[in-house]
Design a protein around this ligand. Sequence first.
Ligand code: SAM
Length: 322
Amino acid sequence: SSSVNDDYSVQKTNDDASQSKLAAVKLGYWKDEFLARFVSMSSEGGRGVHRDPEISLGYWARITIIRHYVDLFLAKVGDQAQIISIGSGFDTLFWRIKSEGKKFTRYIEVDFSSVTAKKLRVIRRTNSSALSGLFREDAQENQHTDLHAGDYHLVGADLRQWAELKSKLEEANLDWNAPTLIIAECVLIYMSVSQSEELLSHLTKEFKNLALVSYEQTNVNDDFGRVMADNLEKRGLRLPGIEACHSIELQKKRLVESGFTNGTIDDMNSVFHKKLPAEERNKVLRIECLDEMELLRQSPMPSLSDWRLDQGATRPSHATET
Ligand code: SAM
C-alpha cells in the first residue's frame, strides 16, 4: 500500500489543529489572544466547532509541555536564542512569547507556501497593531508567501526539500552558530521516516548548538489506533511516519540515527501525569468535569521528544554557564 499523502490533505490538518485549539481556548483551557484572527480564515470559519473534552485536554497538554521546553530553552540561552517552528501552520507562539516580553534573536516559521500565504494575508489584513505591532522591524513581503520582519520570519518551503528549505532559512538571516531550538509540533508524522530522518540529519549537521522539541503520534498498533488510521485514510490521509516509527523505541532510534545525542521521549500520558504541574492539571480537568482517566483514552498516544546535540542547549542545569 502506498504511503504517499497528497499535500493538500496534509495542509488541511492545520485547519483541524487550529480549530481544535481555538475551541479549547474559548473554553478557557489556556489563553491565546491571537489565534482567533487566524482561524476565521480557515475553511469552517471557526464557528462553533465542538471538540470532546479529552481532545481539548490533549491539546492543552501538548501546548503546555511545548511551552515548558521553550521557556527552559530561553532561560538557558538568553537573548541569542533562535527558534525555528517547522510545519508551524497557524501557530501563535511567536506572538504569545513576544507579548510576554521574552527575549530572543529570531523566530522563523516554515510551512508549505500555500499555508504561509494564508498566514501572511491574516498578518497583513490585521489592521490594528495586534500582530505586526509585535515585530522588531517593518514587515517585508516576498512573493506573497514569505515575510521578514526583524525578529519574525515566515517562509514557504517543503520540509522534504533540503536545498529549498536551507535557502529559505538563509533568506531569514538564520545564524547556523546561534543556539537554536527546532519545534516540530505534529509535523514529522506526515513524512515518511526516511524523509524526516533526512531532514533531522541535515539540521544536526548544519547547526552547532541545536535542540529539538517534537510532538508526534505513537503507539498506533492497537485497536484504537487502527480505527483512527482507518478514519484518517477515509479523509485521504495517512501517517507514514507511524507505520515504521510507531513506538517510542523506534522514534528514539530515528533521533539517534539523525545525530541527536541525548534527551528524553515520554508518552503524553506520562507527560500529563508527571511533567505538568498538578495545580494546573486539576484546574483544566475541572473545566469539563473530567477525571484523570480521560486522557488515557487518547489513542494513538502521542509522544513528546526533547533532544539535543552534545553541546546541548536546553538543560536548565547548565544555566549558570555563560
Ligand atoms: N504545528 C502546527 C500546530 O501544531 O498547530 C500545525 C500542525 S498541522 C497538524 C501539520 C502542519 O505541518 C501543516 O500546517 C502542514 O502544512 C505542515 N507540513 C506537513 N508536511 C510538510 C512539509 N513537507 N513541508 C512543509 N510543511 C509541512
